[in-house]
Design a protein around this ligand. Sequence first.
Ligand code: MLT
Ligand code: MN
Ligand code: ZN
Length: 298
Amino acid sequence: MALRARILGAAAGGGLPQWNCGCENCRLARTGAITAQTQSSLAVSGNGKDWAILNASPDIRQQMAASPELHPTGLREMPLASVLVTNGDIDHVAGLLTLREMQAFDLFATGGIHDVLRANPIFDALNPRVVTRRTVALDAPFDLASGLCATLFAVPGKVPLYMEGESVETELLGEQTVGVHLSAGGRDAFYIPGCAALTDDLRDRLRGAALVLFDGTLWSDDEMVRAGTGTKTGARMGHMSMSGERGSLAAFAGMGVGRAVFVHMNNTNPVLRPDSPERAEAEAAGWTIGQDGMEITA
Ligand code: MLT
Ligand code: MN
Ligand code: ZN
């Protein structure tokens, strides 16, 4: 049985269009000239029957409704076995609140991310009698769903925006931002929706990988500043950009990755416009621009 993945949401926090944004992409998405995209999430299965959701986005209700594989199979029977969150960012955890209807599933995260969830009592809406919080150590393989194995590894990043103090370390390596290695029936894939830099360790891990879904937040580091939609650079947000010397297109060149797919794209990213030169450049470099509902079989 192959490893199946379905992109539930290809956009970064805010989605496309973002409610308060009048940038070019958001305007085009409102008119239907480009396709709207929901917030960051991926569904994966090792047996085509039991599914895990990686990151619970604020759009999860709509995402599950649009995904037949995730529909109830009985009155209260769900193919959803587990949810795994890769950091504590709002776009990756707010959807947990939607999953509060006394439905059993396992909630996987590192101890550091579970601490963040525990510090927010609103998540106690997930009744512990049915939702089991499971703490996962870095670099230790575990069963994420039937026939689906996962391993978490540290990726440079920062604490969630709402936990930032006076000074922020944006390339922290630890339990607060992780990537996921997935394997099922001899097939494997990597899911890394947030990454501040491609370290030597990450390079070694990803070299020759069959499938990588990777942080595509921005095309250029100062994109939001230039668009006038924000004051932060990608680096300050803990995201490496696609272009530039230290960007992902350059960093992945020659790594021998079979299929590379961008996910978690911010609404300002020009690759979201099918006719943009940036999209052509990313595709010429071998990348696929992820889309809501895209199915990928490894
Ligand atoms: C990010 O990916 O940088 C965060 O999701 C930002 C946010 O929480 O809005
Ligand atoms: Mn995000
Ligand atoms: Zn916008």
